[in-house]
Design a protein around this ligand. Structure first.
Ligand code: ZN
Ligand code: ZN
Length: 373
């Protein structure tokens, strides 16, 4: 830090620029706020898309947006009314902030992940600066405590919340079948398919595995490849859609109870919908860019959805419970698959490498920027 400013990586939509910039260092301005030193920030497809200027908007009073929404930090200063944290604590912040409208029952209930108005904001994405910088200030209600022994993997908490919120909804929907989230292994004897082997897919596969599901990951790249190795190392089964056609894949899996889509590509996703089993649930998490229309076997799908009691669920963002579940699950993953979990983080990079990470060809599994040691 110098002259009250610090290093930050941001996008400048007006100039269509991604840059390393000097950003004012934040200060605590409310009694329940904390100042946090950023340790690590994960990079994902959302960041890379913001850098194509497809979306992402700066705060009203600024012409750039500081990127970064997957962060781990250390508390260095607390406001006088902070009760839940002290300096030295490790924290992972949530991303979405509530809309201002009194009639939005979700936001008023701290469930801004189900905001009804669309006027929510998101740190590092929509109208609030993100965490790809040296320090940030946040209210205690938007922070989650992380145990020190998860420090090396806690940057994965945010991407894991995608699966946690999806699973919470899966239990709700499948309560119609007497499935429950209360048993030790609610997925025991059931089959799940994860579409895509990026970080969201692999973390989703881990979350399904610890709940007892027989888990398959269907993804494009032929074996051998590092993602396939990682998937197989946790006891899930990686199958390449390039070498194993859908019909053959369906014969291998038998009836599918859950599909967890984490690929963001409509074509393969709607094809796989044709092999979802009786009373199954299909969960969409990917956000494909706008593209020309493609043919889909709509009548076949509609027949199957109705005649087979299928539930199709879309899910975005995550609530506090999903963050708490993710922190607890990361602990389980680390106990069960310490090496595989660490391999998910395929690269640690200095902030100065932002250009290659955000604009270069996507490489590795999860790339992470290290800001403070
Ligand atoms: Zn992300
Ligand atoms: Zn709202």
């Amino acid at each position: 830090m110098n002259n009250g400013t610090m290093k930050a990586v941001g996008v400048h939509p007006g100039k269509r620029e991604v840059a390393l910039l000097r950003h004012p260092a934040p200060r605590i301005s409310a009694p329940t706020e904390l100042k946090i030193r950023t340790i690590e920030v994960g990079i994902c497809g959302t960041d890379r898309e913001i850098c194509t200027f497809a979306y992402g908007s700066p705060p009203d009073d600024c012409d750039y947006l500081v990127l970064g929404h997957e962060a781990l930090g250390e508390v260095i200063e607390v406001g006088p009314r902070v009760t839940a944290f002290k300096p030295g604590d490790l924290v992972v912040p949530t991303v979405r902030r509530p809309c201002p409208h009194s009639h939005c029952v979700s936001c008023r209930d701290a469930r801004q992940d189900f905001c009804f108005t669309g006027d929510f904001t998101e740190r590092g994405i929509k109208m609030v600066h993100g965490y790809m910088t040296e320090y940030f200030v946040e209210d205690q209600v938007h922070l989650n405590a992380v145990p020190p022994d998860l420090r090396d993997v806690a940057v994965l908490v945010e991407p894991l919340t995608v699966a946690e919120k999806a699973l919470a909804q899966l239990w709700q929907v499948q309560r119609r079948l007497n499935w429950g989230g209360n048993g030790a292994a609610p997925g025991a004897g059931k089959t799940a398919v994860v579409l895509g082997a990026g970080p969201v897919g692999i973390l989703g596969a881990m979350a399904l595995m610890v709940r007892g599901f027989r888990t398959w990951v269907y993804s494009r790249s032929p074996e051998p490849n590092p993602k396939a190795e990682l998937v197989n190392s946790i006891g899930a089964k990686y199958i390449s859609s390039e070498t194993v056609p859908l019909a053959e894949f369906a014969r291998m899996t038998g009836p599918i109870d859950v599909v967890y889509e984490a690929v963001g590509v409509a074509k393969i996703t709607f094809e796989v919908m044709k092999i979802l089993g009786l009373n199954g649930a299909f969960i969409f998490t990917g956000i494909p860019p706008e593209k020309p229309a493609i043919p889909v076997e709509a009548d076949t799908l509609m027949r199957r959805i109705v005649l087979m009691n299928q539930a199709i669920i879309g899910t975005v963002n995550a609530d506090r419970t999903a963050f708490e579940d993710a922190i607890r699950d990361l602990g389980l993953f680390k106990e069960r698959w310490p090496d595989s979990l660490r391999k998910l983080i395929s690269g640690l990079h200095p902030l100065e490498n932002y250009r290659e990470l955000l604009l270069g060809k996507a490489a590795g599994i999860k790339n992470v920027i290290t800001i403070g040691a």
